[in-house]
Design a protein. Structure first.
Length: 181
């Protein structure tokens, strides 16, 4: 027997711990499991393609952000958030994704949720979640911070009134995806 301390195997490589039932250590993932489908004010279907899966049969980690992008585009189109050809656009300032439960082949689609978590003078924060169809707990959650930019000057600019009004309908006060992250 060696005196070398045992190094624990990362949770994502093994079975879910019995006490939490998920792949995240309690200190990292417990708050995510308080999330439910009902906490998202906009829901849409996100198709999955063969190329979204890696050789292990899981949705590849980079594809989660693509799924968030599909949700956002569906939201922008359905809610007329941004005037076409306007002088203002948005740029990403920050994003995060937390992987909670694997999404495995042969999934054909997931349900995507979006909520507006905060609106400032020239920025906003979207919360996202990906759900297996029929699940109330998310398989992944994340957020994006977006900043409104003047197309000509490339400088931050106040959010247009039309965008603010459209986004306000989806504002979920007090709901934050991983506060302080």
């Amino acid at each position: 027997m060696s005196d070398t301390p045992t190094v624990p195997v990362p949770l994502a490589c093994g079975s879910p711990p019995a006490e939490t039932g998920n792949f995240m250590p309690r200190e990292l993932g417990a708050s995510a499991y308080q999330e439910r489908r009902e906490a998202y004010s906009f829901l849409t279907k996100v198709p999955l393609r063969w190329s979204d899966f890696d050789m292990m049969g899981h949705v590849n980690n980079v594809q989660y952000m693509r799924c968030f992008e599909v949700i956002a585009i569906d939201f922008f189109n359905a809610c007329d958030v941004f005037p076409q050809g306007g002088s203002v656009t948005i740029f990403a300032a920050e994003n995060l994704c937390r992987f909670l439960k694997p999404l495995n082949y042969p999934l054909r689609a997931v349900d995507g949720g979006l909520r507006v978590e905060h609106m400032g003078k020239s920025s906003l924060r979207f919360g996202f979640a990906l759900f297996r169809q029929g699940d109330s707990e998310p398989s992944a959650v994340g957020y994006w911070v977006q900043v409104f930019i003047d197309r000509a000057t490339h400088r931050s600019t106040p959010m247009p009134d039309k965008s603010r009004a459209a986004l306000a309908r989806y504002l979920m006060p007090g709901k934050w995806t991983f506060p302080g992250a």
